[in-house]
Design a protein around this ligand. Structure first.
Ligand code: FPP
Length: 241
């Protein structure tokens, strides 16, 4: 793997839609949760690969606002997995100097899980080696809606002039207000959809859709996708000379 920051083209912020756990498990004749468990192990591997690849921000889509429509068994299995991941990985993340943040609406989550999320955020708040953001009960439209509601309250209270509201104002109310926009969004499993992920923030992101199912997405495969990104020319709507 390339040394830290060796490539000036490394994306600063990579966001990943981790898709394909269910198909991975089904192909092995196992329950879907088996795929999610394998997916969780892959999360740790990819997070730990980030410093060597020059990636400072990694945002992963763990549970969407639409995922509540899955069976009760799968939803509760995933929630247990998130709790166990936090408990098991907290010390390791701290030692690896990973700062963890969560985005998404916490109101519908089990208070015990929310407590663990809050504690992990506090525990790792002083870290700056890698910034891991876990999107949990997250939806892009839901996030923009919640941000707009909060902004509307500020306007109604007279603290913000409606004529001063611009894109930057709304950005300040998003869950991601402390993060840079993603440079690269990766989706595994061969599906080419964005599924309500970081709709506002990925306006100028590059997209990479890879066929690999998430539990098979190794650090080597991650590095390969990043090296492809380094060869791209980003324009941000302008014409390059
Ligand atoms: C999508 O694959 C994946 C999810 C909805 C869950 C993602 C969760 C993990 C990777 C597990 C652990 C995460 C953390 C942060 C510990 P799918 O189940 O929709 O796959 P399919 O399309 O093949 O059915």
């Amino acid at each position: 793997m390339p040394a830290a920051d060796s490539s000036p083209q490394a994306p600063q912020h990579v966001a990943i839609i981790m898709d394909g756990n269910g198909r991975w498990a089904t192909a092995r004749g196992r329950p879907r949760l088996f795929g999610h468990q394998a997916g969780a192990r892959r999360v740790s591997e990819i997070v730990e690969a980030c410093p060597d690849l020059g990636v400072r921000y990694l945002t992963i889509f763990a549970f969407s606002t639409e995922n509540w429509k899955r069976t009760q068994a799968e939803v509760s299995g995933l929630m247990t997995l998130f709790r166990r991941y936090i408990i098991k990985e907290a010390q390791r993340l701290l030692n690896k100097r990973v700062r963890v943040r969560f985005i998404g609406d916490r109101d519908r989550l089990d208070p015990k899980l929310v407590k663990l999320m809050d504690e992990l955020e506090t525990l790792t708040a002083g870290n700056d080696h890698v910034n891991l953001t876990i999107a949990l009960n997250y939806g892009g439209r839901d996030e923009v809606t919640r941000a707009t509601r909060r902004l509307a309250h500020e306007v109604a209270a007279g603290r913000i002039d409606p004529d001063d509201v611009g894109a930057e104002t709304l950005s300040r109310f998003l869950d991601t207000h402390t993060l840079p926009d993603p440079d690269l969004v990766i989706r595994t499993s061969g599906e080419a959809r964005i599924s309500n992920f970081l709709l506002w923030q990925s306006a100028y992101a590059e997209y990479e859709f890879v066929d690999t199912l998430w539990p098979d997405f190794t650090a080597e495969k991650f590095a390969k996708v990043l090296s492809g990104y380094g060869k791209r020319e980003r324009r941000y709507g302008a014409v390059l000379g």
